[in-house]
Design a protein around this ligand. Structure first.
Ligand SMILES: Cc1ncc(COP(=O)(O)O)c(C=O)c1O
Length: 357
Protein backbone atom coordinates (compact mmCIF):
# COMPACT_ATOMS: atom_id res chain seq x y z
CA UNK A 1 0.00 0.00 0.00
CA UNK A 2 1.24 3.49 -0.84
CA UNK A 3 -0.23 5.96 1.60
CA UNK A 4 -0.37 9.74 1.29
CA UNK A 5 2.51 9.92 3.72
CA UNK A 6 4.85 7.79 5.78
CA UNK A 7 6.29 8.92 9.07
CA UNK A 8 10.02 9.55 8.94
CA UNK A 9 11.85 7.53 11.58
CA UNK A 10 15.39 8.47 12.54
CA UNK A 11 18.29 6.13 13.18
CA UNK A 12 17.11 3.78 15.95
CA UNK A 13 20.44 3.68 17.81
CA UNK A 14 20.64 7.45 17.84
CA UNK A 15 17.18 7.63 19.42
CA UNK A 16 18.13 4.95 21.95
CA UNK A 17 21.22 7.04 22.82
CA UNK A 18 18.94 9.95 23.75
CA UNK A 19 16.66 7.58 25.68
CA UNK A 20 19.66 6.35 27.67
CA UNK A 21 20.40 9.96 28.66
CA UNK A 22 16.77 10.39 29.74
CA UNK A 23 16.83 7.12 31.72
CA UNK A 24 20.03 8.13 33.50
CA UNK A 25 18.53 11.46 34.48
CA UNK A 26 15.06 10.04 35.27
CA UNK A 27 13.35 13.31 34.32
CA UNK A 28 10.70 12.60 31.74
CA UNK A 29 8.86 15.91 31.47
CA UNK A 30 8.26 19.38 33.03
CA UNK A 31 10.50 21.58 30.90
CA UNK A 32 13.37 19.10 31.05
CA UNK A 33 16.85 19.54 29.56
CA UNK A 34 16.03 17.63 26.37
CA UNK A 35 12.97 19.82 25.68
CA UNK A 36 15.01 22.96 26.36
CA UNK A 37 17.76 21.69 24.08
CA UNK A 38 15.24 21.12 21.31
CA UNK A 39 13.92 24.66 21.80
CA UNK A 40 17.46 26.03 21.55
CA UNK A 41 18.10 24.06 18.35
CA UNK A 42 14.77 25.13 16.86
CA UNK A 43 15.61 28.77 17.59
CA UNK A 44 18.90 28.38 15.85
CA UNK A 45 17.55 26.47 12.85
CA UNK A 46 14.62 28.83 12.35
CA UNK A 47 16.37 32.07 13.31
CA UNK A 48 13.59 32.79 15.82
CA UNK A 49 14.21 34.02 19.38
CA UNK A 50 10.90 33.38 21.13
CA UNK A 51 9.24 30.00 20.82
CA UNK A 52 8.02 27.15 23.02
CA UNK A 53 7.83 23.44 22.32
CA UNK A 54 4.31 22.28 23.20
CA UNK A 55 2.04 19.25 23.23
CA UNK A 56 0.51 19.58 19.77
CA UNK A 57 -0.44 21.99 17.00
CA UNK A 58 -4.00 22.48 18.28
CA UNK A 59 -3.37 23.53 21.87
CA UNK A 60 -0.95 26.22 20.63
CA UNK A 61 -3.74 27.76 18.51
CA UNK A 62 -5.87 27.82 21.65
CA UNK A 63 -3.09 29.42 23.71
CA UNK A 64 -2.57 32.13 21.05
CA UNK A 65 -6.28 32.97 21.21
CA UNK A 66 -6.35 32.77 25.01
CA UNK A 67 -3.49 35.27 25.15
CA UNK A 68 -5.74 37.90 23.53
CA UNK A 69 -7.79 37.89 26.76
CA UNK A 70 -11.01 38.72 24.99
CA UNK A 71 -13.65 36.94 23.00
CA UNK A 72 -15.30 37.93 19.77
CA UNK A 73 -15.13 37.23 16.07
CA UNK A 74 -12.02 35.72 14.53
CA UNK A 75 -11.68 36.02 10.78
CA UNK A 76 -10.30 32.77 9.47
CA UNK A 77 -9.78 30.66 6.38
CA UNK A 78 -12.17 27.94 5.23
CA UNK A 79 -9.26 26.11 3.56
CA UNK A 80 -7.39 24.54 6.46
CA UNK A 81 -7.56 21.56 8.77
CA UNK A 82 -10.53 21.42 11.14
CA UNK A 83 -8.24 22.23 14.10
CA UNK A 84 -8.03 25.88 12.98
CA UNK A 85 -11.79 26.41 13.20
CA UNK A 86 -12.23 24.20 16.25
CA UNK A 87 -9.62 26.14 18.25
CA UNK A 88 -11.63 29.32 17.66
CA UNK A 89 -14.88 27.72 18.77
CA UNK A 90 -13.20 25.96 21.72
CA UNK A 91 -11.99 29.37 22.95
CA UNK A 92 -15.58 30.67 22.85
CA UNK A 93 -14.93 32.88 19.86
CA UNK A 94 -16.90 32.98 16.62
CA UNK A 95 -15.26 31.93 13.36
CA UNK A 96 -16.01 34.30 10.49
CA UNK A 97 -14.84 32.88 7.18
CA UNK A 98 -13.13 34.95 4.52
CA UNK A 99 -12.79 33.08 1.23
CA UNK A 100 -9.40 32.16 -0.25
CA UNK A 101 -7.37 33.40 -3.16
CA UNK A 102 -7.95 31.09 -6.15
CA UNK A 103 -4.25 31.02 -7.04
CA UNK A 104 -2.48 30.57 -3.67
CA UNK A 105 -5.34 28.87 -1.74
CA UNK A 106 -4.50 31.18 1.22
CA UNK A 107 -6.98 33.65 2.74
CA UNK A 108 -7.91 36.60 0.51
CA UNK A 109 -6.89 39.87 2.28
CA UNK A 110 -9.60 41.91 0.50
CA UNK A 111 -12.25 39.60 1.92
CA UNK A 112 -10.60 39.69 5.35
CA UNK A 113 -10.91 43.47 5.40
CA UNK A 114 -14.51 43.29 4.18
CA UNK A 115 -15.41 40.89 7.02
CA UNK A 116 -14.20 43.14 9.86
CA UNK A 117 -16.88 44.33 12.30
CA UNK A 118 -16.73 46.00 15.71
CA UNK A 119 -16.77 42.48 17.20
CA UNK A 120 -13.63 41.31 15.37
CA UNK A 121 -10.67 40.63 17.65
CA UNK A 122 -8.24 38.72 15.44
CA UNK A 123 -7.33 37.23 12.10
CA UNK A 124 -6.31 33.57 12.11
CA UNK A 125 -4.84 32.58 8.77
CA UNK A 126 -3.23 29.33 7.61
CA UNK A 127 -0.14 29.08 5.41
CA UNK A 128 -1.94 26.42 3.38
CA UNK A 129 0.26 23.47 2.34
CA UNK A 130 3.23 25.63 3.38
CA UNK A 131 2.45 28.37 0.84
CA UNK A 132 2.63 31.85 2.36
CA UNK A 133 -0.33 34.07 3.14
CA UNK A 134 -0.02 37.66 1.97
CA UNK A 135 1.77 38.54 5.21
CA UNK A 136 2.40 42.18 4.32
CA UNK A 137 -1.19 43.00 3.49
CA UNK A 138 -2.58 41.05 6.42
CA UNK A 139 -0.24 42.89 8.79
CA UNK A 140 -1.34 46.24 7.36
CA UNK A 141 -5.01 45.30 7.81
CA UNK A 142 -4.39 44.05 11.36
CA UNK A 143 -2.51 47.26 12.26
CA UNK A 144 -5.13 49.53 10.67
CA UNK A 145 -7.97 47.89 12.60
CA UNK A 146 -6.12 47.08 15.83
CA UNK A 147 -6.49 43.32 15.40
CA UNK A 148 -4.24 40.47 16.49
CA UNK A 149 -2.75 38.40 13.69
CA UNK A 150 -2.30 34.68 14.32
CA UNK A 151 -0.86 32.31 11.74
CA UNK A 152 -1.49 28.58 11.73
CA UNK A 153 1.89 27.50 10.38
CA UNK A 154 1.29 23.76 10.86
CA UNK A 155 2.52 23.12 7.30
CA UNK A 156 5.21 25.77 7.13
CA UNK A 157 8.15 24.28 9.01
CA UNK A 158 11.38 25.13 7.19
CA UNK A 159 9.67 27.54 4.77
CA UNK A 160 11.26 30.95 4.26
CA UNK A 161 9.79 34.08 2.75
CA UNK A 162 12.34 36.55 1.42
CA UNK A 163 15.02 34.78 3.45
CA UNK A 164 13.09 34.91 6.75
CA UNK A 165 11.30 32.00 8.44
CA UNK A 166 7.63 32.05 7.54
CA UNK A 167 6.96 31.07 11.15
CA UNK A 168 8.21 34.45 12.37
CA UNK A 169 5.32 36.66 11.17
CA UNK A 170 2.33 38.06 13.07
CA UNK A 171 1.65 38.25 16.81
CA UNK A 172 1.74 34.46 17.03
CA UNK A 173 2.53 31.63 14.67
CA UNK A 174 1.83 28.05 15.61
CA UNK A 175 3.23 24.85 14.18
CA UNK A 176 2.39 21.15 14.40
CA UNK A 177 5.06 18.51 14.95
CA UNK A 178 2.62 15.62 14.44
CA UNK A 179 4.07 12.35 13.12
CA UNK A 180 2.69 13.08 9.62
CA UNK A 181 4.54 16.39 9.36
CA UNK A 182 7.82 17.14 7.59
CA UNK A 183 9.49 17.68 10.97
CA UNK A 184 7.91 15.74 13.83
CA UNK A 185 8.22 14.82 17.48
CA UNK A 186 5.57 12.03 17.28
CA UNK A 187 2.99 14.41 18.79
CA UNK A 188 4.06 17.99 19.30
CA UNK A 189 3.75 21.61 18.37
CA UNK A 190 5.31 25.01 18.82
CA UNK A 191 4.18 28.53 19.48
CA UNK A 192 6.20 31.50 18.21
CA UNK A 193 5.70 34.90 19.84
CA UNK A 194 6.15 38.04 17.76
CA UNK A 195 6.16 40.19 20.90
CA UNK A 196 9.02 39.17 23.22
CA UNK A 197 7.41 40.80 26.27
CA UNK A 198 4.67 38.17 26.42
CA UNK A 199 7.15 35.28 26.25
CA UNK A 200 7.11 34.63 30.05
CA UNK A 201 3.33 34.63 30.18
CA UNK A 202 3.07 32.06 27.40
CA UNK A 203 5.57 29.92 29.27
CA UNK A 204 3.41 29.93 32.41
CA UNK A 205 0.27 29.45 30.36
CA UNK A 206 1.80 26.29 28.86
CA UNK A 207 2.35 24.84 32.30
CA UNK A 208 -0.87 25.22 34.35
CA UNK A 209 -0.09 28.89 35.08
CA UNK A 210 2.60 27.84 37.56
CA UNK A 211 5.26 30.35 38.51
CA UNK A 212 7.43 28.31 40.82
CA UNK A 213 5.00 27.18 43.51
CA UNK A 214 2.67 30.14 42.87
CA UNK A 215 -0.01 30.42 40.24
CA UNK A 216 0.46 33.14 37.70
CA UNK A 217 -2.70 32.74 35.63
CA UNK A 218 -5.30 30.26 34.43
CA UNK A 219 -3.01 27.94 32.54
CA UNK A 220 -3.33 24.66 30.75
CA UNK A 221 -1.12 21.64 30.32
CA UNK A 222 0.50 22.15 26.92
CA UNK A 223 3.97 20.89 27.85
CA UNK A 224 5.70 18.14 25.97
CA UNK A 225 7.95 15.35 27.21
CA UNK A 226 11.63 14.49 27.07
CA UNK A 227 10.80 11.38 25.01
CA UNK A 228 9.12 13.52 22.36
CA UNK A 229 11.90 16.12 22.47
CA UNK A 230 14.43 13.35 21.82
CA UNK A 231 12.60 12.43 18.61
CA UNK A 232 12.82 16.08 17.58
CA UNK A 233 16.54 16.24 18.31
CA UNK A 234 17.07 13.20 16.06
CA UNK A 235 14.86 14.56 13.27
CA UNK A 236 15.84 18.23 13.15
CA UNK A 237 19.28 17.73 11.55
CA UNK A 238 17.59 15.61 8.85
CA UNK A 239 15.22 18.39 7.74
CA UNK A 240 17.38 19.80 4.90
CA UNK A 241 17.86 16.28 3.51
CA UNK A 242 14.14 15.52 3.86
CA UNK A 243 13.23 18.73 2.03
CA UNK A 244 15.70 17.93 -0.79
CA UNK A 245 14.32 14.39 -1.17
CA UNK A 246 10.75 15.73 -1.24
CA UNK A 247 11.70 18.35 -3.80
CA UNK A 248 13.06 15.64 -6.12
CA UNK A 249 9.72 13.78 -5.85
CA UNK A 250 7.70 16.95 -6.47
CA UNK A 251 9.87 17.75 -9.51
CA UNK A 252 9.15 14.26 -10.80
CA UNK A 253 5.39 14.68 -10.29
CA UNK A 254 5.66 18.05 -12.10
CA UNK A 255 7.43 16.40 -15.02
CA UNK A 256 5.19 13.32 -15.25
CA UNK A 257 1.67 14.59 -14.54
CA UNK A 258 -0.51 16.04 -17.26
CA UNK A 259 -0.68 19.43 -15.55
CA UNK A 260 -2.76 20.93 -18.36
CA UNK A 261 -5.69 19.08 -16.78
CA UNK A 262 -4.82 19.63 -13.12
CA UNK A 263 -4.65 22.82 -11.10
CA UNK A 264 -1.85 23.40 -8.61
CA UNK A 265 -1.53 26.21 -6.05
CA UNK A 266 0.82 28.96 -7.18
CA UNK A 267 3.66 29.49 -4.72
CA UNK A 268 4.12 33.17 -3.84
CA UNK A 269 7.26 34.99 -5.06
CA UNK A 270 10.21 34.93 -2.64
CA UNK A 271 9.16 31.58 -1.13
CA UNK A 272 11.74 28.96 -0.22
CA UNK A 273 9.34 26.03 -0.06
CA UNK A 274 9.46 22.89 2.13
CA UNK A 275 7.67 20.53 -0.29
CA UNK A 276 5.41 19.40 2.55
CA UNK A 277 2.47 18.46 0.30
CA UNK A 278 1.68 17.85 -3.36
CA UNK A 279 -1.95 18.96 -3.81
CA UNK A 280 -3.65 18.60 -7.19
CA UNK A 281 -7.09 19.97 -8.08
CA UNK A 282 -9.22 17.99 -10.55
CA UNK A 283 -11.70 19.54 -12.97
CA UNK A 284 -14.63 18.15 -10.97
CA UNK A 285 -15.38 16.13 -7.84
CA UNK A 286 -16.59 13.25 -10.07
CA UNK A 287 -13.18 13.21 -11.78
CA UNK A 288 -11.47 13.22 -8.39
CA UNK A 289 -13.55 10.24 -7.28
CA UNK A 290 -12.83 8.36 -10.53
CA UNK A 291 -9.08 8.91 -10.23
CA UNK A 292 -9.04 8.02 -6.52
CA UNK A 293 -10.94 4.80 -7.29
CA UNK A 294 -8.38 3.90 -9.99
CA UNK A 295 -5.51 4.62 -7.59
CA UNK A 296 -7.18 2.57 -4.84
CA UNK A 297 -7.26 -0.45 -7.16
CA UNK A 298 -3.45 -0.27 -7.11
CA UNK A 299 -3.44 0.21 -3.32
CA UNK A 300 -2.50 3.89 -3.68
CA UNK A 301 -4.26 6.08 -1.16
CA UNK A 302 -4.06 9.86 -1.60
CA UNK A 303 -5.89 12.08 0.90
CA UNK A 304 -8.75 14.50 0.42
CA UNK A 305 -6.96 17.20 2.35
CA UNK A 306 -8.61 19.64 2.99
CA UNK A 307 -12.14 18.42 2.79
CA UNK A 308 -14.70 19.75 3.39
CA UNK A 309 -14.31 23.51 3.18
CA UNK A 310 -14.50 24.51 6.85
CA UNK A 311 -17.33 27.03 6.36
CA UNK A 312 -19.55 24.02 5.60
CA UNK A 313 -18.79 22.11 8.82
CA UNK A 314 -22.09 20.66 10.07
CA UNK A 315 -21.78 22.03 13.61
CA UNK A 316 -21.43 25.71 12.64
CA UNK A 317 -24.25 28.00 13.73
CA UNK A 318 -24.36 30.16 10.60
CA UNK A 319 -24.02 29.61 6.86
CA UNK A 320 -21.21 31.64 5.33
CA UNK A 321 -20.66 30.92 1.64
CA UNK A 322 -17.05 30.72 0.41
CA UNK A 323 -17.42 29.64 -3.22
CA UNK A 324 -13.71 29.55 -4.09
CA UNK A 325 -12.75 27.39 -1.11
CA UNK A 326 -15.81 25.16 -1.50
CA UNK A 327 -14.95 24.54 -5.13
CA UNK A 328 -11.28 23.79 -4.45
CA UNK A 329 -11.84 21.66 -1.34
CA UNK A 330 -14.26 19.35 -3.15
CA UNK A 331 -11.76 18.83 -5.99
CA UNK A 332 -8.36 18.69 -4.23
CA UNK A 333 -6.32 15.70 -3.10
CA UNK A 334 -2.79 15.49 -1.75
CA UNK A 335 -0.77 12.87 -3.61
CA UNK A 336 1.55 10.47 -1.79
CA UNK A 337 4.70 12.33 -0.76
CA UNK A 338 7.44 11.45 1.69
CA UNK A 339 11.21 11.50 1.53
CA UNK A 340 11.54 7.75 1.01
CA UNK A 341 8.85 7.39 -1.68
CA UNK A 342 10.53 5.39 -4.49
CA UNK A 343 10.69 7.31 -7.77
CA UNK A 344 9.17 4.34 -9.63
CA UNK A 345 6.09 4.68 -7.41
CA UNK A 346 5.80 8.33 -8.44
CA UNK A 347 5.94 7.27 -12.09
CA UNK A 348 3.22 4.67 -11.47
CA UNK A 349 0.99 7.12 -9.59
CA UNK A 350 1.40 9.78 -12.30
CA UNK A 351 0.64 7.24 -15.06
CA UNK A 352 -2.59 6.06 -13.38
CA UNK A 353 -3.72 9.67 -12.87
CA UNK A 354 -2.92 10.68 -16.46
CA UNK A 355 -4.79 7.64 -17.84
CA UNK A 356 -7.91 8.65 -15.92
CA UNK A 357 -7.96 12.40 -16.50
C1 LIG B 1 -3.39 23.40 9.31
C2 LIG B 1 -3.35 22.58 10.57
N1 LIG B 1 -3.57 23.19 11.75
C3 LIG B 1 -3.52 22.51 12.92
C4 LIG B 1 -3.28 21.15 12.94
C5 LIG B 1 -3.31 20.43 14.24
O1 LIG B 1 -2.05 19.94 14.62
P1 LIG B 1 -1.95 18.75 15.66
O2 LIG B 1 -2.37 17.50 14.98
O3 LIG B 1 -0.48 18.72 16.01
O4 LIG B 1 -2.79 19.09 16.84
C6 LIG B 1 -3.04 20.48 11.74
C7 LIG B 1 -2.77 19.02 11.77
O5 LIG B 1 -2.77 18.33 10.80
C8 LIG B 1 -3.08 21.21 10.52
O6 LIG B 1 -2.90 20.60 9.34
Amino acid sequence: MINVTKTYLPNFDQYVGYLKEIWDRAQLTNDGPMARRLEAELKQYLGIDHLYFCGNGTIVLQIALKMLKKQGEVITTPCSYVATTNAIIWENCTPVFADIDAATFCINPDLVEAAITERTIAIMATHVYGNACDVERLQKIADKHGLALIYDGAHAFGVKLNGRSLLSYGNFTTCSFHATKLFHTVEGGMIVMGDPTIDPEVKFMRSFGHQGNDYFSVGVNAKNSEIHAAMGLCNLPQVPHLIAARKAICDLYDAQLNLSKLQRPILVPGLEYNYAYYPVVFESEEKLEEVCAALAQSQIIPRRYFYPSLNTLPFLKTTQPCPVSESICERVVCLPLHAELPHEDVLRIAAIINQNL
